[in-house]
Ligand binder design. Structure first.
Ligand code: ZN
Length: 243
């Protein structure tokens, strides 16, 4: 317990330093997900009606247009912010959605998965975070199921900074394309950031097909974060999920 408390404190120190707003949050305990909205006025959206993650079920068939990604090797640094490990991108990788260009800003991981698909949890989920010119967000989520070692992670994992607050330059630039499944079918719904300030209006695109990750790769990630980093699923409150 003490060890967890110290890890959480370090995580918050790092997170607060990154956010610059002094808010302190965790995945468990007194500053856990049920309390996020009360921790800071900035987090009021955490108690909103359009929150993420969700259990993807009861979907409505909508003949969604195929996702158009234009990803290049632009991932050049990785940050351990105490809450997750995040690869930052230089401009040049994008997603076309609703006639707008969304620039890939970063991707980061959650273990176990945050979203569920028909009630099923996965050992790992990656969120590829994009923003358009007005700051609207679109997140592409990919699930990892246990199986063969993931080659994209094989290149990244040894470079992950071990301490909260640490950042490292990547040896060679990475492309997010290596994280995508071959089949591009996806679910779509409106949701939020899954961490404070839980801002809503985020376009969520969850790939239907998972990719694989080895048990050892999941364990290596968990050993760096020290605790599960998934927010519990949130109520749909009447939202529809398209497929
Ligand atoms: Zn995330």
């Amino acid at each position: 317990m003490k060890r967890f408390a110290i890890a959480a404190l370090m995580a918050c120190a790092a997170g607060a330093a990154m956010a610059g707003d002094g808010s302190h949050w965790t995945y468990e305990g007194e500053a856990g997900p049920e309390q996020w909205a009360k921790l800071s006025p900035d987090n009021y959206a955490c108690s909103g009606k359009n929150q993420s993650p969700v259990d993807v079920k009861g979907t409505i068939h909508a003949a969604l247009t195929p996702l158009k990604m234009d990803y290049h090797a632009g991932g050049n640094e990785v940050l351990n912010n105490g809450h997750t490990l995040q690869v930052g991108f230089q401009p040049g990788s994008s997603l076309m959605l609703d006639g707008e260009r969304f620039e890939l800003k970063q991707y980061h991981f959650h273990a176990p998965s945050e979203n569920l698909i028909k009630g099923q949890s996965y050992p790992l989920e990656v969120h590829l975070v994009h923003a358009d010119k007005d700051g609207n967000l679109a997140v592409v989520a990919v699930m990892f199921k246990e199986g063969a070692e993931n080659k994209a992670l094989t290149a990244l994992w040894p470079q992950l900074p071990k301490e909260a607050g640490a950042k490292a330059a990547l040896g060679a630039p990475l492309s997010a394309a290596a994280l995508l499944p071959a089949k591009r079918a996806y679910y779509r719904f409106s949701g939020s950031l899954t961490t404070p300030p839980c801002s809503e209006g985020v376009r969520w695109l969850v790939m239907k097909a998972p990719v694989t990750v080895s048990k050892e790769q999941v364990a290596s990630f968990a050993a760096l974060i020290h605790h599960p980093n998934n927010r519990p699923v949130q109520s749909l409150n009447g939202r529809v999920i398209l497929d």
